[in-house]
Design a protein around this ligand. Structure first.
Ligand code: GLU
Ligand code: ASP
Length: 497
Protein backbone atom coordinates (compact mmCIF):
# COMPACT_ATOMS: atom_id res chain seq x y z
CA UNK A 1 0.00 0.00 0.00
CA UNK A 2 1.32 3.47 -0.86
CA UNK A 3 2.34 5.79 1.96
CA UNK A 4 -0.34 8.18 0.77
CA UNK A 5 -3.09 5.62 1.30
CA UNK A 6 -1.73 4.64 4.70
CA UNK A 7 -1.82 8.30 5.66
CA UNK A 8 -5.40 8.62 4.43
CA UNK A 9 -6.47 5.59 6.49
CA UNK A 10 -4.86 6.78 9.71
CA UNK A 11 -6.38 10.25 9.30
CA UNK A 12 -9.84 8.70 8.95
CA UNK A 13 -9.56 6.81 12.29
CA UNK A 14 -10.27 8.88 15.45
CA UNK A 15 -6.87 8.65 17.12
CA UNK A 16 -8.12 8.64 20.71
CA UNK A 17 -11.22 7.39 22.51
CA UNK A 18 -10.31 3.91 23.74
CA UNK A 19 -8.03 3.92 26.80
CA UNK A 20 -5.70 6.36 25.11
CA UNK A 21 -5.72 4.42 21.84
CA UNK A 22 -7.45 4.96 18.48
CA UNK A 23 -11.18 4.33 18.70
CA UNK A 24 -10.82 1.63 16.05
CA UNK A 25 -9.05 -0.53 18.61
CA UNK A 26 -12.33 -0.74 20.54
CA UNK A 27 -14.07 -2.28 17.52
CA UNK A 28 -11.24 -4.70 16.73
CA UNK A 29 -10.77 -5.63 20.39
CA UNK A 30 -14.42 -6.60 20.91
CA UNK A 31 -14.85 -8.27 17.53
CA UNK A 32 -11.87 -10.53 18.23
CA UNK A 33 -12.88 -10.94 21.88
CA UNK A 34 -16.24 -12.39 20.82
CA UNK A 35 -14.77 -14.43 17.98
CA UNK A 36 -12.29 -16.07 20.36
CA UNK A 37 -15.06 -16.48 22.93
CA UNK A 38 -17.04 -18.51 20.42
CA UNK A 39 -13.99 -20.45 19.15
CA UNK A 40 -12.55 -21.42 22.52
CA UNK A 41 -15.99 -21.95 24.03
CA UNK A 42 -16.80 -24.40 21.27
CA UNK A 43 -13.43 -26.16 21.62
CA UNK A 44 -13.77 -26.44 25.40
CA UNK A 45 -16.78 -28.74 24.97
CA UNK A 46 -16.28 -30.13 21.47
CA UNK A 47 -13.75 -32.73 22.50
CA UNK A 48 -16.16 -34.15 25.10
CA UNK A 49 -19.11 -33.84 22.72
CA UNK A 50 -17.22 -36.06 20.29
CA UNK A 51 -16.12 -38.85 22.59
CA UNK A 52 -18.91 -38.95 25.20
CA UNK A 53 -21.33 -41.80 24.58
CA UNK A 54 -24.67 -40.94 23.01
CA UNK A 55 -26.35 -41.63 26.36
CA UNK A 56 -24.43 -38.63 27.73
CA UNK A 57 -25.38 -36.44 24.76
CA UNK A 58 -22.16 -37.06 22.82
CA UNK A 59 -21.42 -38.51 19.41
CA UNK A 60 -19.71 -41.61 20.81
CA UNK A 61 -16.62 -41.30 18.59
CA UNK A 62 -13.56 -43.29 19.68
CA UNK A 63 -11.51 -41.06 22.03
CA UNK A 64 -8.22 -41.08 20.14
CA UNK A 65 -10.05 -40.37 16.89
CA UNK A 66 -11.81 -37.46 18.61
CA UNK A 67 -8.46 -36.08 19.78
CA UNK A 68 -7.06 -36.39 16.24
CA UNK A 69 -10.13 -34.62 14.80
CA UNK A 70 -9.60 -31.76 17.29
CA UNK A 71 -6.02 -31.39 16.00
CA UNK A 72 -6.96 -31.64 12.32
CA UNK A 73 -9.67 -29.08 12.95
CA UNK A 74 -7.26 -26.70 14.70
CA UNK A 75 -4.69 -27.16 11.96
CA UNK A 76 -7.15 -26.39 9.17
CA UNK A 77 -8.48 -23.33 11.03
CA UNK A 78 -5.00 -21.77 10.93
CA UNK A 79 -4.09 -23.15 7.49
CA UNK A 80 -7.13 -21.47 5.99
CA UNK A 81 -5.61 -18.15 7.08
CA UNK A 82 -3.63 -18.33 3.82
CA UNK A 83 -6.84 -18.31 1.81
CA UNK A 84 -8.35 -15.61 4.05
CA UNK A 85 -5.22 -13.46 3.82
CA UNK A 86 -5.05 -13.86 0.06
CA UNK A 87 -8.74 -13.09 -0.48
CA UNK A 88 -8.46 -9.97 1.64
CA UNK A 89 -5.26 -8.83 -0.09
CA UNK A 90 -6.55 -9.34 -3.63
CA UNK A 91 -10.35 -9.42 -3.61
CA UNK A 92 -12.28 -8.12 -0.57
CA UNK A 93 -10.05 -5.97 1.62
CA UNK A 94 -9.73 -6.68 5.34
CA UNK A 95 -13.01 -5.18 6.44
CA UNK A 96 -15.31 -7.28 4.26
CA UNK A 97 -13.22 -10.39 4.90
CA UNK A 98 -13.76 -9.96 8.66
CA UNK A 99 -17.48 -9.46 8.16
CA UNK A 100 -17.96 -12.51 5.89
CA UNK A 101 -15.76 -14.55 8.21
CA UNK A 102 -17.89 -13.64 11.22
CA UNK A 103 -21.08 -14.65 9.41
CA UNK A 104 -19.64 -18.05 8.44
CA UNK A 105 -18.38 -18.67 11.98
CA UNK A 106 -21.78 -17.81 13.46
CA UNK A 107 -23.50 -20.14 11.00
CA UNK A 108 -21.01 -22.86 11.92
CA UNK A 109 -21.92 -22.63 15.60
CA UNK A 110 -25.63 -22.50 14.80
CA UNK A 111 -25.28 -25.77 12.88
CA UNK A 112 -23.61 -27.34 15.92
CA UNK A 113 -26.39 -26.06 18.14
CA UNK A 114 -28.85 -28.24 16.22
CA UNK A 115 -28.99 -31.66 17.87
CA UNK A 116 -27.92 -34.01 15.13
CA UNK A 117 -25.28 -36.28 13.85
CA UNK A 118 -21.75 -36.39 12.56
CA UNK A 119 -22.76 -34.85 9.20
CA UNK A 120 -23.91 -31.62 10.85
CA UNK A 121 -20.67 -31.60 12.79
CA UNK A 122 -18.59 -31.75 9.60
CA UNK A 123 -20.67 -29.02 7.92
CA UNK A 124 -20.09 -26.83 10.94
CA UNK A 125 -16.36 -27.58 10.87
CA UNK A 126 -16.16 -26.49 7.24
CA UNK A 127 -17.96 -23.20 7.96
CA UNK A 128 -15.82 -22.38 10.97
CA UNK A 129 -12.56 -23.25 9.21
CA UNK A 130 -13.26 -20.94 6.25
CA UNK A 131 -14.81 -18.28 8.50
CA UNK A 132 -11.85 -18.14 10.88
CA UNK A 133 -9.44 -18.08 7.94
CA UNK A 134 -11.24 -14.98 6.72
CA UNK A 135 -11.61 -13.28 10.09
CA UNK A 136 -8.59 -14.00 12.26
CA UNK A 137 -5.56 -12.90 10.19
CA UNK A 138 -7.43 -9.91 8.79
CA UNK A 139 -8.76 -8.53 12.05
CA UNK A 140 -5.19 -8.70 13.41
CA UNK A 141 -3.81 -6.90 10.33
CA UNK A 142 -6.29 -4.10 10.86
CA UNK A 143 -4.79 -3.38 14.28
CA UNK A 144 -1.59 -2.43 12.43
CA UNK A 145 -3.49 -0.18 10.03
CA UNK A 146 -5.00 2.21 12.57
CA UNK A 147 -1.68 3.54 13.89
CA UNK A 148 0.80 5.85 12.19
CA UNK A 149 4.02 4.00 11.26
CA UNK A 150 6.08 5.52 14.09
CA UNK A 151 3.27 5.77 16.65
CA UNK A 152 4.78 4.76 19.99
CA UNK A 153 1.41 3.27 21.05
CA UNK A 154 1.50 0.59 18.34
CA UNK A 155 3.12 -2.23 20.39
CA UNK A 156 0.88 -1.47 23.36
CA UNK A 157 -2.08 -1.61 20.96
CA UNK A 158 -1.14 -5.14 19.93
CA UNK A 159 -0.75 -6.14 23.59
CA UNK A 160 -4.22 -4.81 24.40
CA UNK A 161 -5.61 -6.73 21.42
CA UNK A 162 -3.79 -9.88 22.64
CA UNK A 163 -5.41 -9.39 26.05
CA UNK A 164 -8.80 -9.23 24.27
CA UNK A 165 -8.08 -12.60 22.64
CA UNK A 166 -7.28 -14.16 25.98
CA UNK A 167 -10.15 -12.49 27.81
CA UNK A 168 -12.52 -14.14 25.34
CA UNK A 169 -10.64 -17.43 25.68
CA UNK A 170 -10.82 -17.16 29.49
CA UNK A 171 -14.54 -16.45 29.86
CA UNK A 172 -15.71 -18.90 27.21
CA UNK A 173 -14.92 -22.20 28.99
CA UNK A 174 -16.60 -20.84 32.12
CA UNK A 175 -19.77 -19.79 30.30
CA UNK A 176 -20.04 -22.08 27.26
CA UNK A 177 -18.24 -24.86 29.15
CA UNK A 178 -20.56 -24.76 32.14
CA UNK A 179 -23.77 -24.66 30.11
CA UNK A 180 -22.44 -27.20 27.59
CA UNK A 181 -21.34 -29.73 30.19
CA UNK A 182 -24.09 -29.22 32.76
CA UNK A 183 -27.17 -28.61 30.58
CA UNK A 184 -26.58 -29.69 27.00
CA UNK A 185 -23.73 -29.54 24.52
CA UNK A 186 -26.08 -27.95 22.00
CA UNK A 187 -27.03 -25.11 24.36
CA UNK A 188 -23.31 -24.53 24.77
CA UNK A 189 -22.77 -24.32 21.02
CA UNK A 190 -25.76 -21.95 20.80
CA UNK A 191 -24.00 -19.66 23.29
CA UNK A 192 -20.90 -19.73 21.08
CA UNK A 193 -23.12 -18.66 18.16
CA UNK A 194 -24.59 -15.84 20.25
CA UNK A 195 -21.04 -14.74 21.12
CA UNK A 196 -20.11 -14.46 17.46
CA UNK A 197 -23.39 -12.66 16.81
CA UNK A 198 -22.50 -10.06 19.46
CA UNK A 199 -19.06 -9.71 17.88
CA UNK A 200 -20.66 -9.02 14.50
CA UNK A 201 -23.04 -6.55 16.11
CA UNK A 202 -20.18 -4.57 17.64
CA UNK A 203 -18.33 -4.71 14.34
CA UNK A 204 -21.17 -3.56 12.13
CA UNK A 205 -22.48 -0.88 14.45
CA UNK A 206 -19.15 0.76 15.22
CA UNK A 207 -16.92 0.18 12.21
CA UNK A 208 -17.99 3.27 10.24
CA UNK A 209 -17.35 5.71 13.06
CA UNK A 210 -14.36 3.95 14.62
CA UNK A 211 -12.46 2.39 11.75
CA UNK A 212 -12.96 4.98 9.01
CA UNK A 213 -11.20 3.76 5.88
CA UNK A 214 -9.23 1.02 7.64
CA UNK A 215 -9.71 -2.30 5.89
CA UNK A 216 -11.62 -0.81 2.98
CA UNK A 217 -8.77 -0.84 0.44
CA UNK A 218 -7.88 -3.94 -1.53
CA UNK A 219 -4.11 -3.74 -1.28
CA UNK A 220 -3.15 -5.64 -4.40
CA UNK A 221 -6.37 -5.99 -6.42
CA UNK A 222 -6.69 -8.68 -9.06
CA UNK A 223 -7.15 -7.19 -12.54
CA UNK A 224 -10.65 -8.07 -13.87
CA UNK A 225 -9.41 -10.47 -16.59
CA UNK A 226 -7.25 -12.31 -14.07
CA UNK A 227 -10.23 -12.45 -11.72
CA UNK A 228 -12.26 -14.23 -14.39
CA UNK A 229 -9.45 -16.65 -15.13
CA UNK A 230 -9.06 -17.38 -11.47
CA UNK A 231 -12.76 -17.89 -10.94
CA UNK A 232 -12.79 -20.46 -13.75
CA UNK A 233 -9.74 -22.22 -12.30
CA UNK A 234 -11.25 -22.20 -8.82
CA UNK A 235 -14.51 -23.65 -10.11
CA UNK A 236 -12.69 -26.38 -12.06
CA UNK A 237 -10.54 -27.22 -9.03
CA UNK A 238 -13.64 -27.31 -6.81
CA UNK A 239 -15.47 -29.66 -9.17
CA UNK A 240 -12.39 -31.92 -9.42
CA UNK A 241 -12.13 -31.96 -5.62
CA UNK A 242 -15.81 -32.84 -5.24
CA UNK A 243 -15.45 -35.61 -7.84
CA UNK A 244 -12.42 -37.03 -6.07
CA UNK A 245 -14.32 -36.97 -2.76
CA UNK A 246 -17.43 -38.49 -4.36
CA UNK A 247 -15.33 -41.38 -5.67
CA UNK A 248 -12.90 -41.93 -2.84
CA UNK A 249 -15.24 -41.67 0.15
CA UNK A 250 -17.91 -44.25 -0.86
CA UNK A 251 -15.29 -46.67 -2.23
CA UNK A 252 -13.44 -46.51 1.07
CA UNK A 253 -10.24 -45.13 -0.49
CA UNK A 254 -10.37 -41.92 1.52
CA UNK A 255 -10.41 -43.23 5.05
CA UNK A 256 -9.97 -41.04 8.11
CA UNK A 257 -6.35 -42.19 8.40
CA UNK A 258 -5.59 -41.22 4.80
CA UNK A 259 -7.16 -37.79 5.36
CA UNK A 260 -5.19 -37.34 8.55
CA UNK A 261 -2.02 -38.25 6.65
CA UNK A 262 -2.82 -35.68 3.96
CA UNK A 263 -3.23 -32.96 6.60
CA UNK A 264 0.09 -34.02 8.14
CA UNK A 265 1.82 -33.66 4.77
CA UNK A 266 0.14 -30.31 4.03
CA UNK A 267 1.10 -29.00 7.47
CA UNK A 268 4.76 -29.46 6.58
CA UNK A 269 4.61 -28.94 2.81
CA UNK A 270 2.84 -25.56 2.79
CA UNK A 271 5.33 -23.73 5.03
CA UNK A 272 8.22 -25.39 3.18
CA UNK A 273 6.88 -24.12 -0.16
CA UNK A 274 6.32 -20.71 1.40
CA UNK A 275 9.97 -20.54 2.42
CA UNK A 276 11.19 -21.71 -0.99
CA UNK A 277 9.02 -19.16 -2.84
CA UNK A 278 10.14 -16.32 -0.55
CA UNK A 279 13.79 -17.34 -0.82
CA UNK A 280 13.82 -17.65 -4.58
CA UNK A 281 11.67 -14.62 -5.39
CA UNK A 282 13.50 -12.00 -7.49
CA UNK A 283 11.86 -9.41 -5.23
CA UNK A 284 13.84 -10.75 -2.24
CA UNK A 285 17.17 -9.00 -1.59
CA UNK A 286 20.35 -10.70 -0.35
CA UNK A 287 19.87 -9.36 3.18
CA UNK A 288 16.27 -10.58 3.19
CA UNK A 289 17.45 -14.01 2.06
CA UNK A 290 19.75 -14.21 5.03
CA UNK A 291 16.87 -13.23 7.31
CA UNK A 292 14.72 -16.02 5.88
CA UNK A 293 17.48 -18.47 6.83
CA UNK A 294 17.48 -17.02 10.35
CA UNK A 295 13.70 -17.40 10.53
CA UNK A 296 13.63 -21.13 9.68
CA UNK A 297 14.96 -22.43 13.05
CA UNK A 298 12.65 -20.00 14.84
CA UNK A 299 9.72 -21.32 12.84
CA UNK A 300 10.63 -24.93 13.69
CA UNK A 301 10.85 -24.02 17.38
CA UNK A 302 7.49 -22.35 17.12
CA UNK A 303 5.96 -25.51 15.61
CA UNK A 304 7.29 -27.55 18.54
CA UNK A 305 6.00 -24.97 21.01
CA UNK A 306 2.46 -24.83 19.60
CA UNK A 307 2.39 -28.62 19.36
CA UNK A 308 2.63 -28.74 23.14
CA UNK A 309 0.48 -25.65 23.81
CA UNK A 310 -2.36 -26.87 21.61
CA UNK A 311 -2.40 -30.27 23.32
CA UNK A 312 -3.73 -28.29 26.27
CA UNK A 313 -7.13 -28.48 24.60
CA UNK A 314 -6.83 -32.10 23.44
CA UNK A 315 -4.63 -34.44 25.50
CA UNK A 316 -4.78 -32.34 28.67
CA UNK A 317 -8.54 -31.86 28.22
CA UNK A 318 -8.88 -35.62 28.18
CA UNK A 319 -6.53 -35.81 31.17
CA UNK A 320 -8.76 -33.31 33.03
CA UNK A 321 -11.80 -35.44 32.28
CA UNK A 322 -10.46 -38.93 32.99
CA UNK A 323 -7.38 -38.69 35.16
CA UNK A 324 -8.15 -35.77 37.47
CA UNK A 325 -9.97 -35.61 40.82
CA UNK A 326 -12.80 -33.25 39.96
CA UNK A 327 -14.16 -32.95 43.49
CA UNK A 328 -11.80 -30.43 44.92
CA UNK A 329 -12.00 -28.08 47.93
CA UNK A 330 -15.69 -28.74 48.27
CA UNK A 331 -16.67 -27.95 44.68
CA UNK A 332 -17.24 -30.15 41.70
CA UNK A 333 -15.05 -28.93 38.86
CA UNK A 334 -16.12 -29.17 35.25
CA UNK A 335 -13.28 -30.53 33.09
CA UNK A 336 -14.00 -27.75 30.56
CA UNK A 337 -13.01 -25.10 33.13
CA UNK A 338 -9.35 -26.12 32.89
CA UNK A 339 -9.33 -24.47 29.46
CA UNK A 340 -9.62 -21.12 31.21
CA UNK A 341 -6.29 -21.54 32.96
CA UNK A 342 -4.04 -20.79 29.99
CA UNK A 343 -5.73 -17.50 29.06
CA UNK A 344 -6.11 -16.54 32.74
CA UNK A 345 -2.36 -16.90 33.30
CA UNK A 346 -1.72 -14.98 30.07
CA UNK A 347 -3.87 -12.06 31.21
CA UNK A 348 -2.21 -11.98 34.63
CA UNK A 349 1.39 -12.40 33.52
CA UNK A 350 1.48 -10.58 30.16
CA UNK A 351 1.80 -7.14 31.79
CA UNK A 352 4.54 -8.44 34.10
CA UNK A 353 6.50 -9.78 31.13
CA UNK A 354 5.99 -6.55 29.18
CA UNK A 355 7.32 -4.64 32.19
CA UNK A 356 10.24 -7.05 32.54
CA UNK A 357 11.35 -6.64 28.91
CA UNK A 358 11.17 -2.85 29.18
CA UNK A 359 13.04 -2.96 32.47
CA UNK A 360 15.78 -5.15 31.01
CA UNK A 361 16.03 -2.85 27.97
CA UNK A 362 19.13 -3.81 25.98
CA UNK A 363 19.94 -6.61 28.41
CA UNK A 364 16.76 -8.53 27.57
CA UNK A 365 17.22 -11.89 25.83
CA UNK A 366 17.45 -11.83 22.03
CA UNK A 367 14.61 -13.17 19.86
CA UNK A 368 16.19 -16.66 19.42
CA UNK A 369 16.86 -16.89 23.16
CA UNK A 370 13.24 -16.02 23.90
CA UNK A 371 12.14 -18.78 21.53
CA UNK A 372 14.51 -21.16 23.27
CA UNK A 373 13.02 -20.17 26.65
CA UNK A 374 9.54 -20.71 25.20
CA UNK A 375 10.46 -24.28 24.29
CA UNK A 376 12.16 -24.89 27.62
CA UNK A 377 9.00 -24.06 29.56
CA UNK A 378 6.76 -25.96 27.14
CA UNK A 379 8.95 -29.03 27.64
CA UNK A 380 8.82 -28.61 31.42
CA UNK A 381 5.03 -28.36 31.31
CA UNK A 382 4.89 -31.87 29.84
CA UNK A 383 7.54 -33.27 32.19
CA UNK A 384 5.60 -31.98 35.19
CA UNK A 385 2.39 -33.68 34.14
CA UNK A 386 4.06 -37.09 34.00
CA UNK A 387 5.07 -36.79 37.66
CA UNK A 388 1.71 -37.69 39.24
CA UNK A 389 1.66 -41.01 37.37
CA UNK A 390 5.30 -41.55 38.30
CA UNK A 391 4.53 -40.93 41.96
CA UNK A 392 1.09 -42.50 42.30
CA UNK A 393 0.68 -44.78 39.27
CA UNK A 394 -1.79 -44.24 36.45
CA UNK A 395 -4.70 -45.97 38.17
CA UNK A 396 -5.52 -43.32 40.79
CA UNK A 397 -6.99 -39.90 40.11
CA UNK A 398 -4.66 -36.94 40.15
CA UNK A 399 -4.80 -33.71 42.18
CA UNK A 400 -5.99 -30.94 39.80
CA UNK A 401 -3.15 -28.68 40.94
CA UNK A 402 -0.79 -30.71 38.74
CA UNK A 403 -2.73 -29.53 35.72
CA UNK A 404 -2.71 -25.97 37.02
CA UNK A 405 1.08 -26.15 37.29
CA UNK A 406 1.40 -27.58 33.78
CA UNK A 407 -0.77 -24.85 32.24
CA UNK A 408 1.17 -22.25 34.20
CA UNK A 409 4.51 -23.44 32.85
CA UNK A 410 3.36 -23.51 29.25
CA UNK A 411 2.10 -19.94 29.62
CA UNK A 412 5.50 -18.74 30.85
CA UNK A 413 6.84 -20.21 27.60
CA UNK A 414 3.99 -18.72 25.60
CA UNK A 415 4.77 -15.24 26.94
CA UNK A 416 8.41 -15.63 25.86
CA UNK A 417 7.53 -16.84 22.38
CA UNK A 418 4.10 -15.82 21.19
CA UNK A 419 4.09 -11.99 21.36
CA UNK A 420 7.62 -11.83 19.99
CA UNK A 421 6.88 -14.45 17.32
CA UNK A 422 4.52 -12.34 15.29
CA UNK A 423 6.74 -9.28 15.41
CA UNK A 424 9.79 -11.42 14.53
CA UNK A 425 7.88 -12.72 11.51
CA UNK A 426 7.12 -9.13 10.46
CA UNK A 427 10.76 -8.13 10.81
CA UNK A 428 12.30 -11.18 9.15
CA UNK A 429 9.90 -11.75 6.24
CA UNK A 430 10.85 -10.04 2.95
CA UNK A 431 9.00 -6.77 2.27
CA UNK A 432 7.30 -8.18 -0.83
CA UNK A 433 5.61 -10.81 1.36
CA UNK A 434 4.55 -8.59 4.25
CA UNK A 435 0.83 -8.89 3.46
CA UNK A 436 1.10 -12.61 4.18
CA UNK A 437 3.07 -12.29 7.41
CA UNK A 438 0.12 -13.03 9.62
CA UNK A 439 -0.75 -16.17 7.65
CA UNK A 440 2.89 -17.30 7.71
CA UNK A 441 3.00 -17.00 11.49
CA UNK A 442 -0.27 -18.96 11.87
CA UNK A 443 1.23 -21.69 9.68
CA UNK A 444 3.53 -22.63 12.57
CA UNK A 445 0.44 -23.38 14.65
CA UNK A 446 -1.21 -25.16 11.69
CA UNK A 447 1.90 -27.32 11.21
CA UNK A 448 2.01 -28.07 14.93
CA UNK A 449 -1.57 -29.30 15.06
CA UNK A 450 -1.12 -31.26 11.83
CA UNK A 451 1.70 -33.13 13.58
CA UNK A 452 -0.40 -33.50 16.74
CA UNK A 453 -3.08 -35.23 14.69
CA UNK A 454 -0.54 -37.95 13.83
CA UNK A 455 0.84 -38.46 17.33
CA UNK A 456 -2.18 -38.33 19.64
CA UNK A 457 -2.84 -42.00 18.89
CA UNK A 458 0.18 -42.86 21.02
CA UNK A 459 -1.51 -41.38 24.07
CA UNK A 460 -3.20 -43.93 26.28
CA UNK A 461 -3.47 -44.07 30.02
CA UNK A 462 -0.84 -46.83 30.16
CA UNK A 463 1.58 -44.96 27.87
CA UNK A 464 1.00 -41.62 29.53
CA UNK A 465 4.42 -41.20 31.16
CA UNK A 466 6.26 -42.22 28.02
CA UNK A 467 4.14 -39.91 25.88
CA UNK A 468 4.66 -36.81 28.02
CA UNK A 469 8.28 -37.76 28.67
CA UNK A 470 9.33 -38.19 25.03
CA UNK A 471 7.65 -34.98 23.85
CA UNK A 472 8.85 -33.01 26.89
CA UNK A 473 12.47 -34.14 26.45
CA UNK A 474 12.33 -33.46 22.70
CA UNK A 475 11.27 -29.88 23.44
CA UNK A 476 14.14 -29.48 25.92
CA UNK A 477 16.64 -30.83 23.38
CA UNK A 478 15.36 -28.46 20.70
CA UNK A 479 15.47 -25.61 23.19
CA UNK A 480 19.14 -26.43 23.92
CA UNK A 481 20.03 -26.61 20.23
CA UNK A 482 18.33 -23.30 19.56
CA UNK A 483 20.17 -21.72 22.47
CA UNK A 484 23.51 -22.92 21.11
CA UNK A 485 22.63 -21.67 17.62
CA UNK A 486 21.60 -18.22 18.91
CA UNK A 487 24.83 -16.35 17.95
CA UNK A 488 24.69 -17.86 14.45
CA UNK A 489 21.02 -17.00 14.00
CA UNK A 490 21.66 -13.44 15.20
CA UNK A 491 24.35 -13.14 12.53
CA UNK A 492 21.90 -14.21 9.83
CA UNK A 493 19.30 -11.76 11.16
CA UNK A 494 21.45 -8.89 9.86
CA UNK A 495 20.73 -6.27 12.46
CA UNK A 496 17.13 -7.20 13.29
CA UNK A 497 16.62 -7.20 17.04
N1 GLU B 1 -4.05 -18.56 21.35
C1 GLU B 1 -3.67 -17.80 20.22
C2 GLU B 1 -4.89 -17.15 19.58
O1 GLU B 1 -5.94 -17.68 19.61
C3 GLU B 1 -2.99 -18.77 19.29
C4 GLU B 1 -2.70 -18.21 17.91
C5 GLU B 1 -1.26 -18.33 17.48
O2 GLU B 1 -0.85 -19.38 16.98
O3 GLU B 1 -0.53 -17.30 17.59
O4 GLU B 1 -4.80 -16.09 19.03
N1 ASP C 1 -3.32 -18.48 24.90
C1 ASP C 1 -4.15 -18.74 23.76
C2 ASP C 1 -4.03 -17.56 22.74
O1 ASP C 1 -3.11 -16.75 22.87
C3 ASP C 1 -5.57 -18.92 24.18
C4 ASP C 1 -5.88 -20.32 24.76
O2 ASP C 1 -5.09 -21.25 24.59
O3 ASP C 1 -6.96 -20.49 25.37
O4 ASP C 1 -4.97 -16.94 22.42
Amino acid sequence: MSDDKKQQIVSSVPQTGFIGHPKGLFTLFFTEFWERFSYYGMRAILVYYMYYETSRGGLGIDRNTALAIMSIYGSLVYMSGIIGGWLSDRVFGNSKAVFYGGILIMLGHIVLAIPGNVTLFFISMFLIIIGTGLLKPNVSSMVGEIYRENDHRRDAGFSIFYTGINLGAFLAPLVVGTVGMKISFHFGFALAAIGMFLGLLVYISTRKTNLGLAGTFVVNPLPPDEKKKLMTRFSIAFVILLTILAITIPTGMLTFNVFKGIIGILGILIPTLYFIVMYRSPKTSAVERSRILAYIPLFIASVMFWAIEEQGSTILASFADRRTKLDFAGIHLSPAWFQSLNPLFIIVFAPIFAWLWVRLGNRQPSIPTKFSLGLLFAGLSFLVILLPAFIGGSASLVNPLWLVLSYFLVVIGELCLSPVGLSATTKLAPTAFLAQTMSLWFLSNAGAQAINAQIVKFYREDTEMLYFGVIGVLALVLSGILFLLTPKILGYMKGVR
